[in-house]
Design a protein. Structure first.
Lengths: 88, 298
């Protein structure tokens, strides 16, 4: 996924916070997706406006990791979310 | 000669007709619990009949459509039971949250024990009943999505041959009972819950315990996150098939809202055990901890 793209979740998805964990439910399939902490952080930034590069900068700042490492993490996570059918 | 009987499980009903021995046996698998009778929904009613042509095999028909055959009438009991459970699960999912789980309660504390078939649910549920818990089901757990309370399924416990020796002292009536045979040859016993184990009221789900059988491990009850427990519970949920079978996205979302709310009020644990007495003792201690959180150190 290019650094200047702005991914967004599918509109019909519902996310649930359960204690410290985030679960995304797809009411079309009835399937639930449990996100790890990194994926949950990225999921909460998906608004269709923020770019992949912007998310990587935010993750890098939050976890004190280099931008390049954060960008690779964000891309990997977004690829997983896309593969699960959770992105528009 | 044929006889007929109508089974009721909450708002689901199944009309069963066939040879008297079969109808009688099925009636014992699904004992009548009048307090839990609910107005039947005619849209989900099922008609099963077992018939035989000459010396041929017995055939099970659902709405006159043949669905199974067995050479021995007695072997047809587990086949009819499976057909009733499958159709009841689908029918009840229109109104309730349905999980493949054992469900019991004591002192108003409801407990779900989600596990796959063969995961030891029935054994654990039977052990808890023998220890004084009330019985809501050993296969299907039914939760009202509005009240988040367990409602019982009036089906007899189903024990496998492997656990028979464990239960002889607890359920002496098993000693003289011939087993029934499932397809594939597995022998099982149906055990009618004792009168004292039949619930008188719904019970709020306050405990979700994921059981696993491990004969080599020391019995242990370990706290887990609600998220981990929910994941285990959803693996035993009918939600995907409910959505696919016409429940729709809105219905799916309402059920997930209710399921998550149920989990938010529950304490969650993983139970590993290969010893029934130890497992029951741990869950009894857990119950006390749930009722008096400061009194017990698990």
């Amino acid at each position: 996924m290019e650094a200047d793209t702005s991914p967004a979740p599918r509109l019909e998805l519902v996310s649930y916070q359960l204690d410290d964990d985030l679960m995304v439910f797809d009411p079309v399939t009835g399937r639930a997706h449990f996100l790890n902490p990194t994926a949950a952080s990225i999921w909460q930034m998906l608004d269709g406006a923020r770019t992949v590069a912007g998310m990587a900068r935010a993750i890098g700042d939050a976890y004190k990791i280099p931008y390049g490492t954060a960008l690779a993490d964000v891309r990997g996570t977004l690829a997983g979310l896309a593969e699960a059918g959770l992105l528009r | 000669m044929e006889t007929a009987s109508t089974l009721h499980i909450l708002g689901y009903e199944a009309h069963v007709d066939g040879p008297p021995d079969l109808v009688s046996a099925i009636g014992r698998v699904y004992p009548s619990w009048p307090a839990w009778w609910r107005e039947p929904d005619p849209d989900v009613s099922q008609w099963f009949s077992v018939e035989r042509s000459g010396a041929g095999p017995y055939r099970l028909l659902n709405r006159q459509v043949p669905v199974a055959e067995e050479d021995e009438l007695r072997d047809m009991v587990t086949v009819v039971d499976a057909a009733v459970m499958t159709t009841a699960s689908t029918a009840l999912a229109k109104k309730y949250l349905i999980f493949h789980a054992g469900s019991v309660a004591r002192d108003g504390v409801g407990m779900l024990l989600p596990a796959t078939s063969g995961g030891g649910k029935s054994t654990l549920v039977a052990g808890l009943i023998a220890a004084g818990w009330t019985y809501y089901g050993d296969e299907l757990a039914v939760v009202d999505p509005g009240s988040l309370q367990l409602v019982p399924v009036n089906r007899s416990l189903c024990l496998r041959a492997g656990s028979r020796s464990i239960f002889r002292p607890r359920f002496p009536e098993l000693a003289g009972e011939r087993p029934f045979r499932r397809r594939g040859g597995e022998e099982i016993w149906y055990v009618t819950p004792p009168e004292g184990a039949i619930p008188r009221e719904p019970a709020s789900v306050r405990l979700v315990v994921l059981p696993s059988y491990d004969a080599t491990a020391e019995s242990a009850l370990t706290p887990i996150t609600r998220s981990t427990a929910l994941q285990g519970l959803l693996e035993q949920s009918s939600l995907p098939s409910f959505v696919a079978d016409g429940g729709g996205a809105d219905g799916g979302r309402q059920r997930m809202d209710a399921t998550v709310n149920m989990m938010r009020q529950a304490s969650c644990y993983a139970l590993a055990s290969g010893d029934l007495d130890e497992a029951v003792a741990l869950l009894e201690k857990l119950l006390v901890a749930e009722e008096r959180p400061t009194a017990v150190d698990l």
